[in-house]
Design a protein around this ligand. Structure first.
Ligand code: F6R
Length: 357
């Protein structure tokens, strides 16, 4: 039930810190150690490469997950859009492990891949919000998102839950493979949950930014580098699917290779700056678009902020910035859709789970 909320989407955005704490609780034993099923741990230990298969927002979570698994557990990971993978398979490694990421567990494109790779005899793990779902039943292993039902068509809390569960899986596999973590995972995720509380309480500021930057525009661009690039893709998807503003996410450095031609006076560009190692370069990209007339809305992280930044996110561990950077983008998308009178929870032409190929 929506309770006092006007829309499920806003309720689900607000539930994200609660879901984060629920995941911390569910995946931790009484000694503070990770709880990952032994057979999943063994599969992560013995594989030589991971193939993440997903669609839409879940694909965007997979991109972040690849980084977490590679950086923490040192296992090579490829991320594929399920609809493409099913007819254009890359060369597979000798001992692949497939990870399906799906909120609903019912996405037909992903299931087609699952059926195929099971026929080929490969192991599969599904990360889903619905443990009894098709993708969960047909895979060898399941990890549960514990996000509670997600009703709004636009996925919000499932995205952050997917990234958190992938972080836990990555950290567990790191330990299983003998790599020491240089931080306390659950403590860092707790800091993320607190930052989420701060962000979900800043709706008025974000609604005003939406008015200032997106109220009448036909298009909008999102740019970021590294982890912020993946969040840019997700921010653009969220905005376009519910507000119908044409929105695209780009890697900051890729802009000058074509897209910058679209920047004119007043074009909104949402620039993300949460990554210390690329802060200088993304700032350069933002200056490039501003020089061509763009209306740049800069969202940065505490510690990296500069005078002109419109919005500053509380600091979290650099591997987990996507969990918090996405929240202002979700809220901005919500208000952009609301101000345009769009049906926020049920955007046109879309279904909650896409059960056709
Ligand atoms: C976007 C959105 C979709 C889904 C995609 C995959 O907000 O919700 O892009 O992420 O259809 O759905 P699942 O995760 O159920 O496989």
């Amino acid at each position: 039930e929506k309770g006092t909320y006007a829309h499920f989407m806003l309720k689900e955005i607000d539930e994200q810190p609660i879901v984060m704490r629920k995941i911390i609780k569910e995946y931790q034993d009484e000694h503070g150690d990770l709880i990952i099923n032994e057979s999943i741990r063994a599969a992560m230990k013995s594989c030589d490469r991971i193939y993440i298969i997903a669609a839409g927002t879940s694909y965007h979570a997979g991109l972040v997950g690849k980084n977490l698994i590679e950086k923490l557990a040192h296992i090579p990971v490829e991320v594929h859009v399920s609809s493409e993978f099913s007819y254009n398979m890359p060369l597979l490694s000798e001992n692949p492990l497939f990870i399906f990421i799906s909120q609903s567990g019912e996405t037909a494109d992903s299931r087609t891949v699952l059926v195929k790779i099971k026929e080929m005899g490969y192991p599969a793990l599904t990360i889903t919000n619905v443990p009894g779902s098709t993708l969960s039943r047909e895979a060898d292993y399941t990890l549960h998102l514990h996000a509670g039902p997600e009703i709004a068509v636009a996925s919000t809390k499932a995205y952050t839950a997917q990234i958190a569960v992938l972080a836990i899986l990555a950290a567990d596999s790191a330990q299983a493979r003998g790599y020491d973590l240089e931080f306390d995972l659950f403590q860092e995720l707790g800091i993320v949950a607190n930052a989420m509380d701060v962000l979900t309480a800043q709706k008025e500021e974000l609604e005003q930014l939406t008015r200032d930057y997106l109220e009448t525009t036909r298009n909008a661009f999102f740019i970021g580098r590294s982890m912020d690039y993946y969040v840019s893709l997700e921010g653009a998807l969220k905005l376009k699917e519910i507000s119908y503003i044409q929105a695209e996410g780009f890697a900051g450095g890729e802009l000058k290779h074509g897209t910058i031609a679209l920047i004119e006076k007043g074009t909104p560009v949402i620039g993300l700056a949460t990554q210390a190692n690329v802060n200088y370069s993304i700032r350069g990209n933002i200056q490039e678009v501003v020089a061509r007339g763009a209306n740049a809305l800069i969202i940065s992280m505490k510690g990296l902020e500069q005078d002109d930044d419109a919005f500053v996110i509380p600091a979290v561990h650099e591997l987990f910035t996507s969990l918090v950077a996405v929240i202002p983008l979700q809220i901005i998308a919500y208000y952009a859709a609301l101000h345009r009178g769009a049906d926020v929870d049920k955007p046109r032409n879309l279904a909650k789970s896409v059960t056709v190929e």
